[in-house]
Write a protein that binds this ligand. Structure first.
Ligand code: NDP
Length: 478
């Protein structure tokens, strides 16, 4: 499968005709090629976007909304095709791609297609001055969207949809590790009637194509989701160019379990929050803290449930844990498991899984590590795989301190039926998103993003529309 860049509404080879291998993680084999785009390709994409901008920014909100909703409907029509492509490219179970990733990508377009019709700005009457101020929110121009490999189409569209809805034209780059559904999206955009050049998708490496987007002097806003180190590198380039920046970065999220929680719901949800998508979700709760009085029971039950999870080929319905995304990533996670052997005790898992018919695939057992110290590397560094730690705690203060003792602050999960404690913890936990007695319950209207090294800025709902517009205040004296 040879995928191409999507520039000015047509599919194009990279100018230098250079290509990257694309691997199927379930087999560990090359199954396609991706453009290794250069600065020249980004420039072509930028020019197409720039040319499309005057017309798109003046297109009525109603028309923009209809096109976005049409894209959403077409994604739903092609659910099976997109889900199969996502699963093959990323290694995630097909049933997950079908029930979560692709429906969410469709929801992103529907949500922002509707949201833009409700977007409004403020006016302020300056009483006594005989003046009225009103605020314009205008599209920025050409904006850049860069997304990671873990939720490929889901996160790609989470950026693109609000950018387009707000009247911007886009140069976007998906991860070169999982480019296929972004490639397929181009076809759908044409079918939905998105004008040429409004969305341009350039494939290639972060350090070349991605960086060319960030460095481009006329691309005035960058929405980025990915690792914290990459986010810092991007900020360093973008800040002196005075670009608007939204950075959604890594996490090392605490999952705090009190004895008074609804135990069975907590156990089922904790299994998901630990191992969904092979633990490759920025929101996974990888540091599990359990109140000492139920620690032994939790440990036994959690191990038993984890051992029932089936590691297998992503296309099989019975598979709970598919393949990790790449050989490099598998090796990174295995390296952390080696570190875990000195820092804690592996309670279950810890081994690569060799499935005879797909013996080169990147499979790993879901792994639980018992630790006694929150400051160890496996509790401080993002592993981003099916690996969690567990440790007991004695008091509220003790667990709150450990939960906040992290460079990251993306999300936190709290399990308790004590209202007072819920209120105190939600006030004091250092995270951008807190779930009480749930996990990954997402309402697209809510602000999404992290604190500390987990990022800067918020996406979601009106926050996204505000990010993708520039604000101008007009003061009229009468
Ligand atoms: P990376 O930071 O490696 O890459 C993210 C994207 O940025 C990719 O498209 C990558 O391209 C590109 N990129 C890399 N270097 C540059 C650069 N110098 N300039 C511009 N673009 C660049 O992250 P991963 O893809 O490995 O994704 C995993 C990370 O993403 C984890 O840390 C995870 O926590 C985080 N994440 C955060 C989320 C959030 O909402 N906070 C949600 C999901 C994931 P290429 O793939 O070619 O390197």
């Amino acid at each position: 499968m040879k995928i191409k860049n999507f520039i000015n509404g047509s599919f194009q080879n990279p100018v230098a005709n250079e290509w990257l291998d694309n691997y199927n993680p379930a087999y560990g084999k090359v199954y396609g090629q991706t453009p290794n785009s250069s600065k020249t390709d980004v420039e072509l994409a930028f020019q197409a976007a720039k040319n499309a901008f005057p017309s798109w920014s003046q297109t009525s909100v109603d028309t923009r909304s209809k096109i976005l909703i049409k894209i959403s409907e077409l994604l739903e029509t092609h659910l099976q095709r997109f889900a199969e492509a996502e699963s093959k490219d990323n290694g995630k179970p097909l049933h997950l791609a079908k029930s979560i990733d692709i429906p969410r990508a469709a929801s992103n377009f529907r949500f922002f297609g509707n949201a833009i019709t409700q977007f409004s700005s403020e006016s302020h009457e300056s009483i006594g001055e005989n003046a009225i101020n009103y605020t314009l929110r205008q599209p920025i121009g050409v904006v850049g969207c860069i997304s990671p490999w873990n939720l490929p189409l889901y996160l790609f569209t989470w950026k693109i949809a609000p950018a387009l809805a707000s009247g911007n034209c886009v140069v976007a780059k998906p991860s070169e590790i999982t480019p296929v559904t972004a490639f397929l999206l181009g076809e759908i955009c044409n079918e939905a009637g998105l004008p040429k050049g409004v969305l341009n998708i350039v494939h290639g490496l972060g350090t070349t194509a991605g960086q060319a987007i960030v460095e481009h002097p006329e691309i005035k806003a960058i929405s980025f989701t990915g690792g914290t180190k990459t986010g810092a590198a991007i900020a360093k380039i973008a800040a002196p160019l005075f670009k608007k920046l939204s950075l959604e970065l890594g996490g090392k999220n605490p999952n705090i379990i009190f004895a008074d929680c609804d135990y069975e719901t907590m156990l089922e949800t904790t299994l998901r929050s630990s191992f969904s998508n092979q633990g490759q979700i920025c929101l996974c709760g990888s540091r599990i803290f359990v109140e000492a009085s139920i620690y032994e029971k939790f440990k036994t039950d959690f191990i038993a449930k984890t051992q029932q999870l089936k590691v297998g080929h992503p296309s099989q319905n019975s598979t709970d844990i598919g393949a990790l995304v790449s050989k490099t990533h598998l090796e990174k996670v295995l390296n952390y498991i080696e570190i875990a052997k000195t820092e804690g005790k592996i309670l279950c898992g810890g081994n690569q899984v060799i499935i005879p018919s797909f013996k080169n695939g990147y499979y790993l057992e879901p792994t639980i590590i018992e630790i006694d110290n929150n400051n160890c590397r496996i509790n401080q560094e993002e592993i981003f795989g099916p690996v969690v730690t567990i440790m007991p705690f004695e008091t509220e203060n003790n667990v709150l301190e450990m939960a906040n003792q992290s460079e990251y602050g993306l999300s936190a999960t709290l399990w308790t039926n004590n209202l007072k404690r819920s209120m105190q913890f939600t006030q004091q936990l250092e995270a951008g998103i807190i779930w009480v007695n749930s996990w990954m319950l997402r309402d697209l209207r809510t602000p999404f993003g992290g604190v500390k090294s987990s990022g800067m800025g918020r996406e979601g709902g009106l926050e996204s529309l505000r990010f993708f517009t520039k604000t101008k205040n007009v003061c009229i004296k009468y």
